[in-house]
Design a protein around this ligand. Sequence first.
Ligand SMILES: Cc1cc2nc3c(=O)[nH]c(=O)nc-3n(C[C@H](O)[C@H](O)[C@H](O)COP(=O)(O)OP(=O)(O)OC[C@H]3O[C@@H](n4cnc5c(N)ncnc54)[C@H](O)[C@@H]3O)c2cc1C
Length: 504
Amino acid sequence: MPDITKADVVIVGAGNAGLCAALAAAEGGASVVVLEKAPEHLRGGNTFFTGGLFRFAYNGWEEIQQLISLSQTERDGVDVGSYPAATYYDDIMRVTEGLADPELIDLVVHQSFPAMRWMRGQGVPWVLAYGRQAFKDNGKLRFWGGLIVEAVGGGKGLSDRLFELAARAGVTVRYQSKATDLLVGDDGAVHGVTYREPGGKRTIHCRAVVLACGGFEANPEMRARYLGPGWELAKVRGTRYNTGDGIRMALDAGAQPYGNWSGCHAVAWDLNAPPFGDRKIADLYQKHSYPFGLIVNIEGARFVDEGADFRNYTYAKYGREILKQPQRVAFQLFDQKTLHLLRDEYRIPQVSKVESPTIEGLAKGLGVDPQGLVRTVQGFNDAIQPGEFHPTVLDGKHTQGITPPKSNWALPLDTPPYVGFAVTCGITFTFGGLRVDAKAQVLDTEDTPLPGLYAAGELLGGLFYSNYPGGSGLMAGSVFGKIAGESAAAAAKTVAPAAGKNPR
Ligand SMILES: Cc1cc2nc3c(=O)[nH]c(=O)nc-3n(C[C@H](O)[C@H](O)[C@H](O)COP(=O)(O)OP(=O)(O)OC[C@H]3O[C@@H](n4cnc5c(N)ncnc54)[C@H](O)[C@@H]3O)c2cc1C
């Protein structure tokens, strides 16, 4: 590839946030170079591994139709409901215990639908998320948990499409190009990036930089340092390349650390999954149907309220609870009454699954203490209160007199054969990072914008604390990616041209 030493805008990281920034900057008239650490065949970052689900605010069919065209027959079979901006805002604030930055969340919420429409306009196709987020109810598919749309082809489809669109927009992507430092001039502004590629160390000069190179979830040293002891042992659900480089580079340049540095998104992940994401299996090692069963540790004891809320509002914090258990292992147990409700990820050939006609047999097969498990199941079954089980609503069918309780969907485990799945903690992404303003410009420790430096995606701090509503990561990445690209292109017009050779 010819040497490029100059561009208007340099973007670090080619995931959803970086490529949205690239498209927006190109649309703003800037020449754009994206530096990507991975080789081309492993490109796509965490975005590639996602289900491609986006959470956005919408008011019924009229808006959904601006994203997806459906025939009247298809529409008759589906109830999309609505997800007002106030509900989205409240959901984020509720799950983050009121800690999320109100200004940033306001932007995510109110720019979510415009960003979805903009992506559609760029050429990203959407589809209703029938597979995992909907249940048939009285002959109609109904969505629950505020999450109804995904990119065609999931994360892989989204990633491939964004790369195609970037190429069509004239964006240059340089693979195996690991950004290592920001070039900061005597004026305090960021004027370029130093990066390492197979040929050696290179420098690219520019008028604005957008950092979009992920959190530090794939860096065991940073995980142990910031998330706490034991986190170096978690499995990584996605890319191995998000090692906190962008956060470190920005902090070195005076950026402000912001948000929940000891917090992360982590889920129940198959015990035998590899240490990093597998591009063929992608997110199917996750095990997210626990609200319809029990979760126990190796001693046979329960340790979370499986039915505290819809899975979209609990799954991201339960990985941490699993990491705290002996040997970092847990087991999800189901019986024949709810097996048909399990998501497709429970049916992959690689699943760590045991089936038995008895609870003792299930315990032995899974390596759980049999006496402990029998005691737990008996106590659980006895604690269930009357009520009607309904999987699509918070049905209030709960237990009484046991700790932890099960607040919804509490059915006895009494219909063999019993089925158990072994899981551990899989980390998705980290919550601590950089502070940006409403233009996605990175702020220094005195809250002053760092000239020429913008950020988007996982490496933003202040959005999520302790927990997260499913589908908000891609959405926040698109909202801030678009803003960062627009802001960087606008800034590039006001800054003197960078020295060097331009990509076009
Ligand atoms: C299994 C799984 C399923 C998920 N499902 C969903 C979902 O359905 N919906 C949702 O909203 N979120 C989901 N998420 C979270 C989602 O992946 C992230 O929120 C989002 O993709 C992050 O986008 P990003 O662009 O910030 O980072 P990424 O997509 O990870 O992109 C960052 C890029 O930066 C590159 N990079 C890193 N360091 C450097 C460097 N020094 N120089 C150059 N490049 C560098 C990386 O190689 C990578 O390509 C899921 C995550 C995983 C792992």
